[in-house]
Write a protein that binds this ligand. Sequence first.
Ligand SMILES: Cc1cc2nc3c(=O)[nH]c(=O)nc-3n(C[C@H](O)[C@H](O)[C@H](O)COP(=O)(O)O)c2cc1C
Ligand SMILES: O=C(O)C(=O)c1ccccc1
Length: 398
Amino acid sequence: MRPAVVPGAEPGGGRDGGHAGFVRRLFAKQEGHWPTDPRALEELSRVRMGATAAAYVAGSAGAGATEAANRAALDRWRLVPRILTGSTVRSLAVDLLGTHMPAPVLAAPVGVQGIVHPDGERATARACAELGVPFVTSTMSSTPIEEVAAAGGDSPRWFQLYWPNSDEIARSFLARARATGHTVLVVTVDTMSLGWRPPILDQSFLPMLDGVGTAMFTSDPVFRARLTATPEDDPRQAVEMWDRELGTAGRTWDDLAVLRDWWSGPILLKGVLHPADARHAVDAGLDGIIVSNHGGRQVDGAVAALDALVPIAREIGDDVPVLFDSGIRNGADVIKALALGADAVLVGRPYVHGLGVGGAAGVRHVFEGLLADLDLTLGLLGLHDIRQVGPDLVVPAP
Ligand SMILES: Cc1cc2nc3c(=O)[nH]c(=O)nc-3n(C[C@H](O)[C@H](O)[C@H](O)COP(=O)(O)O)c2cc1C
Ligand SMILES: O=C(O)C(=O)c1ccccc1
């Protein structure tokens, strides 16, 4: 059946947003011929970006058991629609940690986007800004944070920290993030080293060794002052110092206290999977957590992110926001995560595939499609407002 175009059914009432506007544009072919199915888009992006970059983006740990488990866990829950609620006018917008968002969906921090498309993170920032979707800028961006932020104009943005060993460099990063309008600090704590990733090991390709993804470092005045030659003149030395700086193996809970002095806004820990760690984060005064197994890229055999969400939301869900990522691919996935206790979700690989096929327009295609699907699914479930999503909406599959 051809989808109904329902005027006023868009979030916020705007004629161009939401499900109806997306479908109207898609049918008018203004979006090109990019697939809306995430797997088909991934296939197409593999052709466009090339096998090496595609393998890095796909790059799960080990045999991919955890990446598969992330999907299987989402598929083990089923939604139970309600009927005859007149849910033609809907609202997806939420406010979280001082950030207004058109839907509880953010662009996850993804480094080295320069291997995927020449415009890299700047394209992602621009696309997110056009939609109002918050972008979490990675420490491993391929262009300096100032350029990424400039591409995003005055749109909402958060900063993801891979914590350098040197306090002075870490403080410089945070000062730059603050100066460029990043309001929330996301500290990733599941990556003291990259996981065992056969696709990356087997092609001996690590973008950072070629200086892609180290721009935050090589553009940093404190980092540069420690080199005996500029990164432009001696890239090798810069890469070696980057490598020494990101050896964060020694970080412990005790280290977190200093972040409070260095960062005045909310701080989240990303990569929490154990309820006791979630409780520890709350007790340590953090403002929230992101339940994530890094999209299955770190510990192969790690618990599926959704299976970790349920006990964690039970433990701390009433105290602080709990965000979620790893495996979200469509509107129903977003609703399942919210129903099981998440306040918002992050999406990683799907928008990177969009970047690969069409730069900023491709990223926009992915987020517009996801938000349209979410809007439609919410309506078909009989709800008017995303904030109505609760545990009564899901049942375990038999
Ligand atoms: C190519 C790539 C690079 C990533 N880089 C970072 C990063 O720099 N910092 C970080 O915290 N997470 C990084 N992640 C993990 C994402 O933030 C997110 O946790 C993950 O992609 C979510 O799973 P999904 O891809 O299934 O949506 C990266 C993921 C990918 C695919
Ligand atoms: O590949 C990743 O998952 C990731 O988090 C990362 C870490 C360092 C540099 C680039 C990406």
